[in-house]
Design a protein around this ligand. Structure first.
Ligand code: C2E
Ligand code: CA
Ligand code: CA
Length: 836
């Protein structure tokens, strides 16, 4: 304006200004369109809305795309229209408040046009837009990452693993709540870094674990795992299994690891227990089979080696096969049905079964089957445990056989004869027929025994038994009645003529020479016979009358056959005479006791058995076999037994005086004494001589106990309470069941002489004796072997732990003085036990 030509200068100035303004405006327009471009094409959704009306003033392409609207629709809407209805009110309040925490970002739930929800993080700023107060908002969709984050949180909370999250760069370690449940309270002690974690790893494991973690990080692996010991808050180490995943950046550097740590202490312990159990199951002698109860046919899933051994089948053959018992219709053992029912129930069952091994060999097994239920009570398996009891069963069968059959000849014994005879009488009564009873007694058989020895005598008896059997016929009964006595019971050949033919055949059998030892012998027999119904109506009477007839045959000079006649009963008077002689003998004090010592395994005397003798004025010293039977028949055994008890007691007092009071004296008791005044007699004898407990022992035979088992128990308990020990004499010859003996106050079993005589030759008696000793021990009973006659028997018995021993080899029955002398000056030396 200061120009000399002011108009021109003014004009030029205005022109200059105008072009300047235009330039500025162009630049501005250019900048505006650039900013608009940046807004429009920003990959993040952006919008501008009015601060008070919330009307949307501007949106960019990304927002339009993301929300699924048309641009005009968006520009016609307001900020409430992109909210789900349930959040609208809260959102409006927040948006209208003057300040909202936008710069940090705030996560909202927005809705697309199609209604789907998304989580949007908004960053905002206050601006002026076209002169209006407005907000510019940049939105970031965090739906997916938020879900992942949530999922992680939930998983971390839900799992029992201690979840950890390790920021490697900053070495910060985060633990989920499970950590505290597993390893300790929430406090400063929580390892917040790897360094802190390391202090809780067991020192012996630390180096290994660290190395493996470092190697995983360095190697580019995506996972790491280790098992180690980790200290709980209480100071105890837990076994943990730890597994982590490594997150790596674009150049492969691990920047973060996330994983879970599990306390496996209990699992390890269980596994160890299981290993132990498995070892036990595998190595036991019992056969074990496990079957799957959830599959049809109960296929076997496991068998141990003992089972393979027992059955002869290999595991491969058995596993997968259906339960054998179910299939096996081979025989009709009722036990199979019991098993079927137990499986159906299901419940436990225990049975003894006959079965066959793979090689066809039959065997016995005790089978115990039990269902296995899972924690929910559902049946999953059956376990069966079996032991091979073949040997045991065989011994039982033999014992039963022995009880009814004679060992030497294999013929029925007296017991079985009695049964058969009774049966025959019953049949004959019913059929109106007869029975003939023949009593055969060999003449002078004692001579063979005495001159040739017992085994020659045994041979002769065997041969004759066989010949008599043929003579009598296989449909009839021939029994061995006693030493050299046989009895035939005829039911088919009963008339006079038929009996005559049988007798003739027996005569023929005797007429043939007997080859025994080096020489031939000729035997004769005295035979008596009688018939049902004429000679009696019960077995007892018939046998007695046949016996009487036989006795007549002897009296008439032997080698005869005599039929019973009623007037023979006169011979009964002979018996009566013997009885009165015995009665006198008691009065005249003609009885004596001899004593036979018993020793323990080491040769120390433990007691002696009192054996009665009759010092007959004319016939000399008689042994019990010659008079005890008549005493028992006549009842004389009661006063005689009383005398024996008192004498035994008196001698024990003598033992005590000699400093041998620790030895017990055993007294034999007959059935007839039992249950009478026995307890009173025992008590009286004990009081009279002030015997201590354990000084007396009573030897009872099985038949005594088994005849009246119930009252026997009572009597035995009373005796036991008096301090008398009890042993079972002649064990193995009677019927006693071990299960029954278990209930009695018995101290020991005396194994019968007949078992002992053959010991050590590997025969059946070896097995029987060994089994008796074992069974007795398992019942808490001691065993005594009687009739030890040889060094071999002694060795065998000592090696098998038989507790006590008695027999001619060790000491004969002797007078009291001789017995005491022999105990002080032992004749037998006891070598160390030779083990089997
Ligand atoms: P027992 O109870 O079996 O008595 C053992 C018998 O075996 C005794 O015969 C004894 O001499 C004999 N003995 C001992 N060691 C051996 C040996 O190594 N080999 C052989 N072959 N025999 C041996 P004894 O004294 O003739 O007695 C026979 C049976 O008479 C006794 O058998 C017993 O049942 C009965 N008895 C003996 N004394 C009495 C008694 O006072 N009262 C009762 N009721 N019965 C008695
Ligand atoms: Ca005895
Ligand atoms: Ca005996």
């Amino acid at each position: 304006w200061a120009d000399r030509t002011p108009g021109r200068r003014v004009l030029r100035g205005v022109q200059q200004d105008i072009s300047e303004i235009a330039r500025v405006r162009d630049r501005l327009r250019e900048a505006q369109s650039q900013y608009r471009f940046l807004f429009e094409h920003n990959p993040l959704p952006m919008c501008v809305y009015h601060r008070t009306t919330l009307a949307i003033l501007a949106v960019n392409n990304a927002l339009v795309r993301h929300y699924g609207y048309q641009r005009d629709e968006m520009l016609a809407a307001n900020m409430m229209d992109i909210r789900p209805p349930e959040e609208a009110q809260a959102a409006r309040d927040l948006l209208l408040s003057t300040t909202i925490p936008y710069p940090q970002g705030h996560v909202w739930t927005h809705a697309r046009k199609d209604g789907t929800r998304m989580r949007m993080m908004a960053f905002g700023d206050e601006i002026k837009f076209d002169g209006h107060p407005a907000r510019l908002v940049v939105l970031h969709d965090v739906t997916a990452s938020e879900a992942a984050q949530n999922r992680f949180q939930v998983i971390a909370r839900a799992t029992t693993d201690a979840i950890w999250d390790w920021e490697i760069g900053t070495d910060s370690l985060w633990w989920s709540d499970s950590y505290y449940a597993l390893f300790g309270d929430r406090d400063a002690d929580t390892p917040g870094s790897i360094r802190a974690w390391e202090t809780r790893v067991h020192p012996d494991d630390l180096q290994r674990v660290d190395a493996s973690l470092e190697a995983a990080i360095a190697s580019g692996a995506s996972a790491w795992e280790a098992t180690y010991r980790f200290r709980r808050k209480d100071g105890e180490y837990a076994d943990v299994f730890d597994r982590g995943f490594l997150l790596r950046d674009s150049v492969g550097r691990a920047y973060r690891a996330i994983g879970g740590m599990l306390d496996v202490t209990q699992k390890h312990r269980d596994e160890a227990d299981l290993r132990l159990l498995r070892r036990a199951v595998e190595s036991t002698d019992n056969g074990i089979l496990i079957a799957d109860a959830r599959q049809p046919g109960l296929p076997a899933v496991y068998v141990n080696r003992a089972f393979e051994r027992m059955t002869g089948y290999s595991a491969e053959e058995i596993i997968g096969s259906t339960f054998r018992l179910m299939e096996d219709g081979v025989d009709q053992q009722p036990e199979l049905e019991a098993i079927r029912q137990a499986i159906a129930a299901p419940r436990e069952v225990q049975v003894r079964l006959r079965d066959t091994r793979k090689n066809g060999e039959p065997y016995w097994r005790d089978l115990h089957l039990a269902p296995v239920l899972d924690d929910a009570g559902i049946l999953t398996h059956f376990v069966s445990v079996q032991s091979d009891v073949t040997e045991h069963q065989r011994v039982l069968a033999q014992l039963a056989y022995r009880a009814t059959y004679d060992d030497l000849t294999g013929l029925p014994n007296r017991q079985l004869l009695h049964d058969r005879l009774q049966q025959a009488i019953r049949n004959a009564e019913r059929l109106q027929t007869a029975v003939a009873v023949l009593f055969i007694d060999l003449d002078n058989f004692k001579l063979i025994n005495d001159s040739l020895g017992h085994s020659a005598g045994d041979d002769a008896l065997r041969i004759l038994a066989e010949r008599f059997g043929r003579a009598v016929g296989s449909n009839e009964t021939l029994a061995r009645f006693g030493g050299d006595e046989f009895v035939a019971v005829l039911t088919d050949q009963v008339d006079e003529a038929a009996v005559g033919r049988v007798l003739a055949r027996i005569g023929g059998a005797l007429a043939q020479p007997l080859q025994v030892g080096d020489a031939q012998h000729y035997m004769t027999a005295s035979i008596g016979y009688c018939r049902f119904p004429e000679a009696g109506s019960d077995a007892e009477t018939l046998l007695k009358h046949a016996d009487i007839a036989m006795y007549q045959a002897k009296r008439q000079g032997r080698n005869q056959t005599v039929a019973y006649r009623a007037d023979f009963d006169a011979s009964v008077t002979e018996r009566l005479q013997l009885i009165s002689a015995l009665r006198d003998a008691l009065r005249r004090d003609e009885f004596r006791l001899v004593f036979q010592p018993l020793f323990d395994r080491d040769g120390a005397a433990v007691g002696m058995e009192a054996l009665v003798r009759w010092q007959h004025p004319e016939r000399g010293l008689l042994v019990p076999g010659q008079f005890i039977g008549i005493c028992e028949d006549s009842g004389l055994i009661v006063p005689l037994g009383r005398w024996v008890l008192q004498e035994a007691a008196r001698h024990h007092a003598k033992l005590t005086a000699l400093g041998l009071g620790h030895l017990r004296i055993a007294v034999n008791v007959s059935a007839e004494q039992f249950g009478q005044t026995l307890q009173a007699d025992v008590q009286h004898a004990m009081n009279l001589h002030r015997l201590p407990h354990g000084a007396l022992e009573l030897e009872l035979t099985e038949s005594v106990i088994m005849a009246t088992p119930d009252s026997a128990i009572d009597t035995m308990r009373e005796l036991d309470s008096l301090g008398v020990s009890l042993s079972v004499d002649d064990f193995g010859t009677g019927y006693s069941s071990l299960a029954y003996l278990k209930r009695l106050p018995i101290d020991r079993l005396k194994i019968d002489r007949s078992f002992v005589s053959d010991l050590g030759n590997g025969g059946d008696d070896d097995v029987i004796c060994a089994t008796i000793i074992q069974l007795a021990h398992s019942l808490g009973l001691q065993t005594v072997a009687e009739g030890v006659e040889t060094e071999q028997q002694l060795d065998w018995l000592r090696a098998r732990d038989c507790d006590e021993l008695q027999g001619f080899h060790l000491a004969m029955p002797m007078s009291f003085e001789d017995t005491v002398h022999s105990l002080r000056n032992p004749a037998v030396t006891w070598p160390p036990v030779r083990l089997h």
